[in-house]
Design a binder for this molecule. Structure first.
Ligand code: FNR
Length: 342
């Protein structure tokens, strides 16, 4: 099967499979503050990623790639939404366009629609420095994401089976590219040792891509005869993955993603240490169902609600929200206890 066809199938399956909302974020509760000493008009949603300042902590995470009119239209609309709110947007994996330049237009449209926006390129950990440079050039990317998707590959019949030296290749890209590198999971979460290793080679930010949202084991299992169903519940839930990253003993920037759908999910992610919060599957569903207008309305509401939550907590800035007091219960509490995380 061609990469392009597979990517279109991913979109179809992502719309019907996954998004279980078992991120562990339900285990997090904010401690109510009766004297917040602020007002909605004093709230700032500005944040930073690497050395870049952005005006929203919400971003559109990597999704569509490959060729075809349909994926190009999706990217065009996602880029328009990102522009409307000054949001960061990541494109889907660019490897297929590096191999088949006909597909470049699917990605280039994102830069065309949003010439001054912060756009993140995307490749897998099989990429070389040369691939990375070409991917950045293709869309004048401000940063590059490298995705780690071991479970997805193992579940795909035609997927990769050898994952040796990924860290070395990422290190070569960090050293050979004049753009910050983000390493992301795709819905299976990262543990603190992985975050530590990535920080030690100069990766600027990790996107924990936790379990609980879009589920690529389930998506790939839809396409298999003999199911690898043991991978369907595999992974570190987003809340636990954020705590793992925060406890990695590094000062690497943390990005939350994996099953984020509400303003409260976003606020809790930030309170667990995230600078930026990525949404993929949920935005795709809204775009396909309600069009660009529907997506813009939803993003507007998410921002308004986040300001209300921050007001209630007396957190005027994203930095304040990062230290808002929370109580952690249930499975996430158990996870943190077992792992010796405070
Ligand atoms: C993805 N995701 C993804 N990630 C990546 O790094 N490169 C890619 O090409 C893709 N492709 C892709 C296609 C589709 C249709 C979806 C829904 C997702 C993964 C995505 O960026 C994210 O890590 C996961 O989807 C988890 O976040 P959500 O969907 O639960 O918000």
């Amino acid at each position: 099967m061609s990469r392009s066809k597979r990517k279109w199938e991913h979109i179809q399956y992502a719309l019907t499979t996954g998004q279980d909302r078992v991120t562990g974020l339900d285990d997090i509760v904010f401690i109510h503050q009766s004297l917040p000493d602020t007002g909605v008009n004093h709230i700032s949603l500005d944040t930073t990623i690497g050395e870049l300042s952005v005006s929203s902590p919400i971003f559109i995470n990597a999704m569509t790639g490959g060729g075809g009119e349909r994926t190009m239209r999706i990217n065009r609309d996602l880029a328009a939404a990102a522009k409307e709110f000054g949001m960061v947007m990541a494109v889907g994996s660019q490897m297929s366009a590096l191999k088949n330049t006909d597909e470049e237009k699917t990605y280039k449209i994102v830069r065309r629609v949003n010439p001054n926006g912060i756009i993140i390129g995307n490749l897998g950990s099989e990429a070389t420095v040369e691939h990375a440079k070409r991917a950045v050039d293709m869309i004048e990317a401000n940063m590059l994401q490298i995705h780690l998707n071991v479970i997805q590959e193992l579940t795909m019949p035609e997927g990769e089976r050898d994952f040796t030296n990924a860290l070395k290749r990422i290190e070569a890209i960090v050293n050979g590219l004049d753009r910050p590198v983000i390493v992301k999971e795709v819905g299976f979460g990262m543990n603190q040792a992985v975050v530590n290793k990535l920080a030690s080679i100069g990766v600027k930010a990790v996107d924990v891509g936790g379990y609980g949202g879009t589920n690529f084991a389930k998506i790939e299992n839809e396409r298999r005869q003999r199911l690898l169903s043991f991978f369907n519940e595999w992974g570190i839930p987003t809340a636990a993955a954020l705590a793992e990253a925060k406890n990695s003993g590094t000062s690497i920037d943390i990005i939350s993603s994996g099953g984020i759908q509400t303003s409260l999910d976003i606020a809790k992610s930030i309170a667990l240490g995230a600078n930026l919060v990525g949404i993929a599957g949920y935005f795709l569903k809204i775009l396909v169902k309600d069009g660009l207008g529907g997506l813009i309305e939803e993003i507007k509401l998410l921002h308004e609600e986040l300001s209300l939550i921050m007001t209630a907590l007396g957190a005027g800035t994203i930095l304040d929200l990062q230290s808002a007091p929370i109580v952690i219960s249930g499975r996430t509490h158990h996870w943190l206890q077992e792992r010796g995380i405070d």
